[in-house]
Design a protein around this ligand. Sequence first.
Ligand SMILES: Nc1ncnc2c1ncn2[C@@H]1O[C@H](COP(=O)(O)OP(=O)(O)OP(=O)(O)O)[C@@H](O)[C@H]1O
Ligand SMILES: [Mg+2]
Length: 267
Amino acid sequence: MTQPYLSISQVAMQFPARGGGLSTVLTDVDLAIEKGQFISIIGHSGCGKSTLLNIVAGLLTCMSGGILLENKEVNAPGPDRAVVFQNHSLLPWLTVYENVRLAVDKVFSGQKSKTERDEWTRHNLALVNMTHALDKRPHEISGGMKQRVGIARALAMEPKVLLMDEPFGALDALTRAQLQDTVMDIHQRLGNTVMMITHDVDEAVLLSDRIVMMTNGPSATIGEVLTVDLPRRRDRLKLADDPAYHKSRAAVLSFLYERHRHPATAA
Ligand SMILES: Nc1ncnc2c1ncn2[C@@H]1O[C@H](COP(=O)(O)OP(=O)(O)OP(=O)(O)O)[C@@H](O)[C@H]1O
Ligand SMILES: [Mg+2]
């Protein structure tokens, strides 16, 4: 049997509880992801989505189970898994160009010449339409632009897997739509393997090949996985009239608001 590209097997995670002892956040999390797939993870606040993403990133170590990427165990952060967080984590004293170049130098200093690293930095900033602001510092650009730079920096590392934790969560609806289109376009062109956390059902359906729906914590796990069978390229305006789009959307909404309602909002 061929191994999946990225496999999450029997992952369990506990954190120290307030009153002593341990509280189980995740249990029995199993997921196999094929190369080039775009996976979204959706679930109510606090169920453990970021915890799972951080385990895949190697920023947290799970208590049992494990992660395999191309058959190699993941147990530390590495450039093969680039992370984009909700709150852009750019270095404020560096320009847009320098923020990306720093990552490029770190990953490719032995492999690419200086000129090639310069071109690669510019190329990735062009992918996210940021060529006009190469010399600006983070405080001089908008939130959406910072997020573009964060995505360019992650892509420039040529990671095997792109991990995104609510990458568009802090943005207004129009900027969010623009960035979703940019990410869709890049995924279509480069075929990256992506794992993205979102709270936005429309975003999940628009972008994903599969939507992983998590049950509520404590002891959260994967409840259902929905395959989104919409052909690519997807066009948000055309999808508005597509029954298959509405069916996928309804399936996620029903999971989140009927079958696995957040305890705080359950009647
Ligand atoms: N370092 C930690 N120590 C103790 N508990 C933690 C730690 N990190 C997370 N938790 C707990 O684990 C649970 C899951 O947290 P996590 O951040 O993964 O949730 P989430 O699904 O990403 O939520 P949100 O949608 O609000 O971002 C929460 O109850 C949280 O309080
Ligand atoms: Mg989170």
